[in-house]
Design a protein around this ligand. Structure first.
Ligand SMILES: C[S@@+](CC[C@H](N)C(=O)[O-])C[C@H]1O[C@@H](n2cnc3c(N)ncnc32)[C@H](O)[C@@H]1O
Length: 243
């Protein structure tokens, strides 16, 4: 007989295993892994809301930095029929786990060819596609400002006009770093925030704080203009949207 008797037991066992896997990968390389635990359900839902909002139309979706698949798992059931999903993950052990998740997921039975896991860095991705929605899990505040600028430019480039990018940053990381890190690290972190603030000023349509997450996170939603002449949203209007 099975050791886990109910589906609930199985889900708990799977979450536990993923938690440990994440922690081990963080211990191996915290800068690339970017967290010590996978995203929680509220964060995963907020990141994937733009897919749901597209309704019944098929969508092209790109998920970058999928880790153990906590966001992927929220994303897959929200894909309408005929949609395409490309998942990019740099860590080979996470990529193998994501392949297993995709192959075993009941929602994807018979449409496997529309969902692909790419074991590569985003910077080296070449799918030849554009996307309606990009969901980013990359640990941007661990990178250099120049790399973040290149990644954000790449995201905008990969989006269809009118397409949506969601990403998150953990709250309070600069403060936490300023207590322990070198001055060069603090300056690097501030530089990344400035790069992101510039993209937010030009393209943000919303932001939300997710307190029940480890650590709490701020989700940003950016939109590639459908019409390059469309007016940007002002910071004052944006401030009213936070929750
Ligand atoms: C903070 S974790 C997020 C994992 C997952 N999306 C979640 O929310 O639980 C960041 C992930 O991005 C991956 N990663 C880091 N740099 C990357 C890059 N340049 N291209 C693709 N994946 C990358 C890491 O291996 C890790 O799995």
């Amino acid at each position: 007989m099975d050791d886990w008797t109910t589906p609930h037991d199985r889900v708990l066992a799977q979450r536990n295993a993923e938690g440990w896997m994440f922690l081990i990968e963080a211990a191996r390389d915290l800068r690339t892994t970017g967290a010590i635990a996978p995203s929680g359900k509220t964060l995963a839902r907020l990141l994937t809301d733009p897919v749901d909002e597209r309704g019944a139309r098929p969508v092209n979706v790109l998920e970058v930095g999928a880790g153990t698949g906590s966001v992927t798992r929220a994303l897959i059931p929200r894909l309408s029929s005929g949609s395409r999903l490309d998942i990019v993950e740099a860590n080979p052990r996470f990529a193998a786990r994501l392949r297993h998740l995709v192959h075993a997921h009941p929602h994807l039975a018979g449409v496997g060819e529309r969902v692909r896991v790419h074991h590569t860095y985003l910077e080296q991705l070449g799918t030849g596609h554009r996307y309606d929605v990009i969901v980013s899990g990359l640990p941007l505040t661990n990178f250099t400002p120049a790399r973040v600028e290149a990644i954000m430019d790449r995201y905008l480039d990969l989006l269809e006009p009118g397409g949506t990018l969601t990403y998150f940053v953990y709250r309070g990381t600069r403060y936490a770093r300023s207590l322990t890190a070198t001055r060069a690290e603090t300056v690097r972190h501030r530089g990344v925030e400035e790069v992101l603030a510039d993209f937010q000023r030009r393209h943000a349509t919303g932001c939300w704080t997710v307190w029940p997450n480890l650590p709490p996170a701020r989700v940003w939603r950016l939109r590639r203009p459908a019409d390059p002449a469309a007016p940007a949203i002002t910071p004052t209007a944006l401030a009213g949207r936070g929750r």
